[in-house]
Design a protein around this ligand. Sequence first.
Ligand SMILES: NC(=O)c1ccc[n+]([C@@H]2O[C@H](COP(=O)([O-])OP(=O)(O)OC[C@H]3O[C@@H](n4cnc5c(N)ncnc54)[C@H](OP(=O)(O)O)[C@@H]3O)[C@@H](O)[C@H]2O)c1
Length: 430
Amino acid sequence: MADSGEHANIGLLGCGTIGSGVFHLVGKNERLLTMAAGRPLRISRILVKQIDEPRPFPVDRSLLTTDATAVLQDPGIDVFIELIGGIEQARSFALDVLGRGKHLVTANKELIACHGRELMEEAARSGSQVRFEASVGGGIPLIRPLEESLGGDRVQKIMGIVNGTTNYILTRMSDEGSTYAEALAGAQELGFAEADPGADVEGADAASKLAILCSIAFNTGVTDTQVYREGIQGVRPEDLENAREMGYAIKLLAVAISEDDGISARVHPTMIPLEHPLASVSGNFNAIFVTGESVGDLMFYGQGAGSLPTATAVLGDVVNIVRNMDRPPTSRRSYWSRAANVKSIDDALTRFYMVLRVLDRPGVLAQIAGVFGDNQVSLESVVQKGFGDNAQIVMITHQVTERNFQEARKRLESLDVVLEIPSVIRVESE
Ligand SMILES: NC(=O)c1ccc[n+]([C@@H]2O[C@H](COP(=O)([O-])OP(=O)(O)OC[C@H]3O[C@@H](n4cnc5c(N)ncnc54)[C@H](OP(=O)(O)O)[C@@H]3O)[C@@H](O)[C@H]2O)c1
């Protein structure tokens, strides 16, 4: 420990939405935090890009600096909190402090999903700790429950809504019958979506979070690039309406299953039965459904983003580190160095909802049925909607491999009687 008497000294790297929330809570909850951590916490330096930038919560200006070296090399700091975001600069700061034996807390999902292995190895070498509770599900305690509380169980499946922006957009589309573009514009107006919403709507944010959950839950190193992903841009108001009529909601789900022959990890719009607990998670909330072999089903629900919820998770990590600072780390997460066996999406087994726009003439259904039969796709339900030019067939398949389904889809697209396949959405059975 530093020359700080009994205090644990914290270096804050970044002081925007989350960083200023952390500063606020350290002051507001001083007594609680001291009790939980076993000694008082003190933020001793804050690194920012521009001193005069407005911040959501007021901070002590005398602590702010733009001198990264002065903060990173301050020997008095015990724990660094990385809240600048992005990958390369954050990685360089993280490796720097870990290399000098300092502990690191981060809320940066991209950093952990891309470079988790490197950070864990560096921490193991220098005897420091890395914690990242806030990187998935904002304020929802998830990493520590998976890592510690469920350490004695075999996690079989994780299925969650881990991106609030897309959940907000899909909820608006469903409630108001609005198009994707209208709902996105509304979300941007209210600050629930970024001006550049790409990482959220294309599923990249959820894929990073799922990679982290897989690594922790299945004890192996999964990176974001190993997670299959599809975004929500193709979901139409008609699909939400069809889904509701058939007893389903559509959500962007992150799904990971641990099987004997590997891990299946994917993010895509998914139809789930209305009675499933995830179906009623609306707006910008997050919820993660975990199935353990012995514990059964668990659900974690709460605010997956936002200044104070996320800052709470960050401080939970700081408390945990400070409480154990004088002991050797209990977990080195050496499993992160074992490359995960993540299966190809082609091997995933799911059901599919598909809409076909077809010519309204005799024999069409028989041709379509023939293609499905050739590819071992069997149908659970088929409904014709509309007539003439507007004839559409809405169908749901039984479980089928992605490979067989996509082969059938390709064949259908080449049929003269099929004008268009405007929608394909995977369906979760339970
Ligand atoms: N926002 C959320 O709800 C949320 C939820 C969960 C996780 N997270 C994660 O938390 C992290 C922080 O997010 P945020 O929303 O707080 O970001 P933010 O509001 O953009 O704040 C970023 C902070 O980092 C500083 N900064 C950026 N680049 C820097 C550099 N090269 N050197 C020094 N300082 C630098 C900025 O300085 P200036 O203030 O001078 O510009 C700012 O204070 C991200 O990894 C994000 O993914 C965010």
